[in-house]
Design a protein around this ligand. Structure first.
Ligand code: ATP
Ligand code: MG
Length: 313
């Protein structure tokens, strides 16, 4: 049996007439990385801030480590690390001193704290920047500092709100690997993002939010069974006429077929020889093509199927 670290029941939060979070219930289990995935404005940050008791909510209940969460539940808060969507560090303190400040709120013993800070610096890969001031850091390095400040005190439960938005690929990798390491050390992690690719790499379970409501919940594989797609085949093809397009659409397993900007896309509902069949068809008809590739359904397809719109920006 997995242990519940967070238990949320019927959480509702409005800003005036807008329901930012609408009757949301879900659990977070010990040791997992739970992805909170949803487009801009779907209520991810509001949900996170309600869980942390940083926002008052209108209805529902939130338990963390089996206890009712409240603004003054310091015994719970001590075990939590938060990395907010907006970077919040002190401009006049160095990388090391910033982490020292936040870590010092929880860990008073100097030697123990130094160990924690060194660990955090290594986790996010800021070894070369210990003495730098925040203004000397690039956007990606600053985000890594923000993360180090949030997790240096070795919390059991970590909240990360969009930690990779607008960071360079190298920093993004550092961040994703760092989060993996935290999980390996036993932390439970809530990871908020609108990047479905990250969720697929990182998260054990996913909750998809839209307009404050829970649309779907499960592992990536479970969510993908919600869409009736076996694979999507894409082909770069300079020329294809409408009768050929009709012939392809008539293939037994083919679903939606489209041809735009010299790219043919065939959605297959089932079958295992689809690519073969298509290539044979091209050869038979002497149709020349460039790249051809097959993709499994993505979480974007799930979102599209459930809402009729794209998850992407
Ligand atoms: N302080 C506020 N006052 C009024 N409305 C707000 C406030 N904060 C958020 N909202 C609205 O509540 C909804 C949910 O916002 P929230 O910030 O939780 O979304 P999000 O999923 O975190 O989005 P993003 O991906 O942009 O961070 C949005 O429609 C937003 O405009
Ligand atoms: Mg947000």
């Amino acid at each position: 049996m997995s242990t519940n670290v967070i238990e949320i029941k019927h959480l509702t939060k409005s800003y005036q007439k807008l329901k930012a979070v609408d009757d949301l219930s879900f659990n977070v289990y010990e040791g997992e990385i739970l992805g909170l995935l949803g487009p801009n404005g779907s209520g991810k940050s509001t949900t996170m801030n309600c869980i942390l008791s940083l926002l008052n909510f209108d209805a529902g209940s939130i338990k963390i480590f089996g206890k009712e969460m409240s603004a003054d539940a310091y015994d719970i808060k001590r075990q939590i690390g938060v990395v907010f969507q907006d970077v919040a560090v002190f401009d006049e303190l160095s990388v090391y001193d910033n982490i020292d400040y936040f870590c010092g709120l929880y860990i008073k013993d100097k030697r123990e704290r130094k160990q924690c800070i060194d660990d955090a610096i290594e986790l996010v890969g800021l070894q070369e920047y210990r003495k730098f001031l925040p203004k000397q850091l690039s956007g990606g390095l600053l985000r890594r500092l923000n993360i180090a400040c949030g997790i240096a005190h070795r919390p059991k439960l970590v909240f990360l709100d969009e930690p990779t938005v607008a960071v360079d690929p190298q920093s993004r990798n550092h961040i994703l690997v760092g989060i993996e390491t935290l999980r390996k050390r036993g932390a439970t992690i809530i990871y908020t993002t609108h990047y479905m690719e990250e969720v697929e790499i990182l998260c054990d379970r996913v909750i998809i939010l839209d307009k404050g409501k829970l649309l779907a919940e499960g592992t990536c594989d479970e969510l993908k069974t919600l869409v009736q797609i076996e694979e999507k085949v894409s082909v770069e093809i300079p020329k294809l006429d409408s009768s050929q397009l009709e012939e392809i659409a008539a293939f037994e397993n083919a679903g939606d077929v489209s041809y735009h900007h010299q790219e043919l896309t065939v959605v297959y509902r089932k079958g295992s020889q689809n690519l073969n069949e298509l290539i044979n068809y091209f050869n038979r008809k002497q149709i020349s093509y460039n790249r051809i590739y097959s993709q499994r359904p993505t979480l974007n397809d799930v979102f599209l199927e459930l809402t009729g719109k794209e998850l992407r920006d």
